[in-house]
Ligand binder design. Structure first.
Ligand code: TTP
Length: 226
């Protein structure tokens, strides 16, 4: 079940998913110590500076006007990460074209922020790119958080663009992640899912991470740098 790419040239690809503020970056930093792993953090700095334009900021300030532009760019930058080549046998990616489409575009569509026409263009592009073998995945790690804890973390990190995020928005986005990755009744799941309790604080979260260690490293010898 967990070794579909072990015999191919594509790296064993793990998608790290979870609500905004669920701790995806912390998870990636933890596994970045392993020599066999290439870690691709979310390209948020590109979203904040696309030829001088802060698309993330524009999207939060006027979502009706900018969501299509922003999500188109997210889709492109995520595709670039899916296609990223590295000599490491394991690749950990923060998010994917799947969560961009199945969670964020889904939320915008439910809120009527994206017009039918804009959603159709994103969908056509998405359907085409998921036929690209580079977008295949082997495992999804779902960092499951309560929206209240995710909200506290977002307030604490105080990313300037995210001052518009409300607890209601996070609750709805949480429900969409749950439908997709926990109850699996929303969209197609491109890989088996491991669910971790990401509400835990820094003192106990590493123990929780160990639950997916075997599935990520499987038959590959593990070497950890100091
Ligand atoms: P996340 O991708 O959830 O990343 P994060 O920095 O919150 O991760 P974590 O705290 O778990 O380490 O969101 C980054 C920002 O980009 C957030 O404001 C939501 C926004 N976003 C969208 O609006 N649409 C998208 O398709 C994606 C992927 C993110």
């Amino acid at each position: 079940m967990f070794n579909s790419s072990r015999r191919t040239s594509r790296p064993f690809t793990v998608l790290v998913e979870g609500n905004i503020g669920s701790g995806k970056t912390t998870f990636l930093n933890y596994f970045d110590r392993h020599q066999n792993v290439s870690v691709l953090a979310e390209p948020i700095e590109l979203w904040r500076n696309c030829d001088g334009h802060n698309l993330l900021g524009l999207m939060y300030e006027d979502s009706q006007k900018w969501s299509f532009t922003f999500q188109s760019y997210v889709q492109l930058t995520m595709l670039q990460h899916h296609c990223h080549r590295s000599s490491h046998p394991i690749k950990l990616m923060e998010r994917s074209v799947y969560s961009a489409k199945y969670c964020f575009v889904e939320k915008m569509r439910r809120d009527n922020i994206l017009s039918e026409a804009s959603a159709a263009v994103i969908d056509e592009h998405f359907q085409w790119l998921i036929n690209n073998p580079n977008t295949a995945a082997d495992l999804i790690v779902y960092l499951r958080t309560s929206p209240e804890i995710a909200y506290e973390r977002i307030i604490e990190r105080s990313r300037v663009e995210e001052k518009f995020i409300s607890i209601d928005y996070l609750r709805e986005l949480h429900n969409i992640h749950e439908e997709w990755l926990f109850y699996k009744n929303l969209h197609y799941c491109p890989a088996p899912v491991i669910v971790l309790n990401a509400d835990l604080d820094k003192s106990s979260i590493e123990e929780e991470y160990q639950k997916c260690h075997y599935h990520i490293f499987n038959d590959i010898p593990i070497s950890v740098q100091g």
